[in-house]
Design a protein around this ligand. Sequence first.
Ligand code: NAD
Length: 482
Amino acid sequence: MTYNFEEGIFINGTWQKGSFTIPNINPSDISENIGDLAQANSNQVEEAIVAANKAQPLWEKTSLEHKVNVLQSIGDELIQRCEELGELLAKEEGKSKAEGKGEIYRSGQFFQYYAAEVLRQIGENAASVRPGIDIEVTREAVGVVGIISPWNFPTATAAWKIAPALAFGNSVIWKPANLTAASAVALTEIISRQDIPEGTFNLVLGSGGTVGDTLINSKDINAISFTGSVETGRKIAIATSANFVKCQLEMGSKNSLIVANDADISVAVESAVMGAYSGTGQKCTASSRLIVMDDIHDEFVEALTKRISELKVGHCMEEGIFMGPVCDKDQFESNFKWIQRAKDLGGKLVIGGEKLSLEKEGYYMSPALFIDTKNDWDINQEEIFAPMACVIKVKDLDEAIKTANDTRFGLTAGIITQSLKTAAIFKKAAQSGCVMVNLPTAGTDYHVPFGGRKESSFGPREQGSYAKEFYTIVKTAYQKPY
Ligand code: NAD
């Protein structure tokens, strides 16, 4: 399917142009412009807010079965077209087409899951402490929800917000990241064909400074769900709290994978590779800190280095690649500054960390592994968002857990061990929202809660049935029947 990205803004059931356009560069081949993307101005954001407020009560009143059909239909179409839509996503983000396809498929599953969740909205009854009074506790839609999403999982992060927002009767204004807005137009095109009141779903493409800023400072939006960096999340928390607007923030992290002395080496190596380098290391769940106990350290580093040497980097459309390019020029340049910083600090580069010249000019680099690093160095404290992992050697489980928790983030944490006792101690002690045993830190299911602690998350959990805490508001009704 072809799209008119220049008219990529969708407000009140109509496609619109913006004030100007920006090119959408393919990071696998920077000579290719995927399309010129419309950029909304703040008047258009205001227009979307008015439309969403008008539509929301109509959508909330729409029958449950109709809502089920709408969500199911979006989910089914995403799954049917996952190959085609996955390629579009891969082209603009840089991930391999297999990863792009997987992301679209997973996004479809979010819609299908929340189609079923529409019918699971069951309230509670309570006895009153006062005789002759009945109490009902029910949930209602929050109202108009602003959704702000990042570029690294452009469709999945949005799908896990849009689907529950619609399922629970809210209207939506979605602001995707500019780097990956073509996928947003593609998802919106599917939603635009659904039988929903005009204004129930709106897409406003544009920058954080214009579109994002108007959304987060609006008093006519009831909730903002955001995924992105800590820096932006902090701005959103401050802006929304000034207006008492509900907010939910999923942000960055600096996740760790502990390799215990009794680890199965092949499990440890595969988990480290998938955790640190899949998605070109651009995952909030990436394990960029590899905390390795000293008895297994040398064997692990040798096996991991060999495995990294086999990882193929290439154009997102090439068959058999493990890793595509870095998403854009800024991130590419930033990655090499961090590589240099790690060397300057005294880390030993074992493999990778180099610019790669391939057939097409793109933002290609080889996956990097550093050893002899310390946890308190900034390379192990800041989220770098690169295919770069640093090994930190520790003597025992106690030191490993202390090191893993010694961070301002807390999204995911993992351990590779064959001991049930070690796993149990770690699961309890890890200060993170998700804990993985004998698995990569990246990779989660869609029907259970997802989120972190410390600076990684703020507000109610996303995904699974827990999403209703954010997308609904509780009402307690007292009634004296006679
Ligand atoms: P970002 O914070 O730069 O941008 C995220 C979104 O916020 C974009 O749509 C952007 O345009 C918008 N934005 C920027 N400034 C804004 C402002 N002032 N007001 C309102 N909106 C504004 O993040 P990014 O670079 O797109 O994404 C990478 C980050 O996202 C990483 O930190 C990564 O860890 C995080 N992330 C977290 C999760 C999670 O679930 N915890 C998932 C994916 C990505």
